[in-house]
Design a protein around this ligand. Structure first.
Ligand code: GCU
Length: 331
């Protein structure tokens, strides 16, 4: 497993943004804020969180320290969101699927087969559309800071599957997200919502036949060991959001009126680093897992069309956001 893990330190250097050194003021920080991340330490999102922490520390002259808790130490994503609404956690990086449970309009950004590729998704997220969606989090007492990449998700299973027909009746794990359940059910499978950290055990104990995720998560959580068949249907891109609590913003502003804007800028810079680390890690994870022996099935155009047709009912549910879907597809 060690061999499979990309050397995050080296990757950080390659992205040309070696994080600034934490320099605490002689008297120590005046404010210590907590950041929740459910991925392991060497994962791109965690590395970007650590870079964010270093930038904040540097640009507030050591007055603000951000303590990053990785590996889900502060709880699973749903619990982290709730804790943030009450100010118990200050920052987090959360999958859009989870935030969409609170702000349903966000779901449109994760419709299956919405984007042609990552570049199109980024044309949507970096700019006015992305900003409009970040601002929607205000309604649930959260502050959207920046967008992170989480690649594209595909299915992987305990037994070999190669086409849509093989998914019929299989029990597949999805995130705690109604949209993800609807998607998998539209494809003919039975969906089960399982917390990320429990998926390995559920596969191992045969409670589920498979799951779906991006290459880096499939590798980092060792799911490939128990579900070595990867059906590369690339059904959805689920971007992620770096958020802060409203209470954290208030604490920052109370210390110095310029700090909220500084933190926002650090979040955007760390997001640029994350995209770079993500691209490297995604390619590395795929190469490592193919070498390890994961059996990958690519879909023919005709087969992929069957997947697209199967999820069409989801688009029908979003008829009120038809104009937004058009804007996204034309980006
Ligand atoms: C991705 C994402 C996580 C999420 C996970 C999941 O790995 O980065 O934040 O928890 O998907 O499938 O639950």
């Amino acid at each position: 497993r060690q061999v499979l893990l990309a050397a995050a330190g080296a990757a950080l250097g390659l992205c040309g943004c070696a994080a600034a050194r934490q320099e605490e003021a002689a008297s120590g920080p005046e404010l210590i804020l907590r950041y929740a991340e459910n991925q392991p330490e060497d994962y791109p999102t965690t590395q970007a969180a650590l870079a964010f922490a270093d930038l904040v520390n540097e640009r507030t002259g050591g007055r603000v320290k951000v303590a990053v808790y990785s590996g889900g130490e502060l709880g699973a994503e749903q619990s982290v969101i709730q804790q943030m609404q009450f100010g118990g956690i200050d920052f987090a990086r959360i999958s859009l699927s989870q935030l969409a449970e609170y702000v349903p309009a966000l779901s449109v950004l994760q419709l299956p087969y919405l984007y042609e590729d990552a570049a199109q998704m980024w044309r949507v997220l970096i700019g006015t559309i992305g900003d409009e969606f970040l601002a929607m989090l205000d309604a649930v007492d959260l502050v959207g800071l920046s967008w992170f990449d989480a690649g594209v998700r595909s299915f992987y299973t305990r037994e070999k599957v190669t086409r849509l027909a093989d998914l019929q009746g299989l029990t597949l794990r999805v995130q705690e997200s109604d949209m993800m359940s609807d998607m998998v059910e539209a494809m003919g499978a039975v969906s089960v919502q399982v917390v990320y950290s429990d998926v390995y055990a559920a596969l191992h104990n045969r409670k589920i036949d498979g799951a779906e995720n991006n290459w880096p998560s499939y590798e980092a959580m060792s799911h490939y060991e128990v579900a070595p068949y990867f059906l590369q249907d690339e059904h959805t891109r689920v971007p992620e959001i770096q958020i802060s609590s409203r209470a954290a913003q208030e604490k920052l502003a109370a210390l110095d009126a310029s700090f909220p804007a500084i933190v926002q800028e650090c979040a955007r810079e760390s997001a640029q680093l994350e995209r770079c680390l993500w691209a490297q890690r995604e390619a590395q994870a795929e190469a490592d897992l193919r070498a390890w022996g994961v059996e990958v099935t690519l879909l023919s155009d005709a087969e992929k069309q069957k997947f697209r047709d199967a999820v069409q009912p989801l688009y029908d549910q979003f008829s009120e956001q038809a104009e937004m879907i058009r804007r996204i597809q034309q980006a």
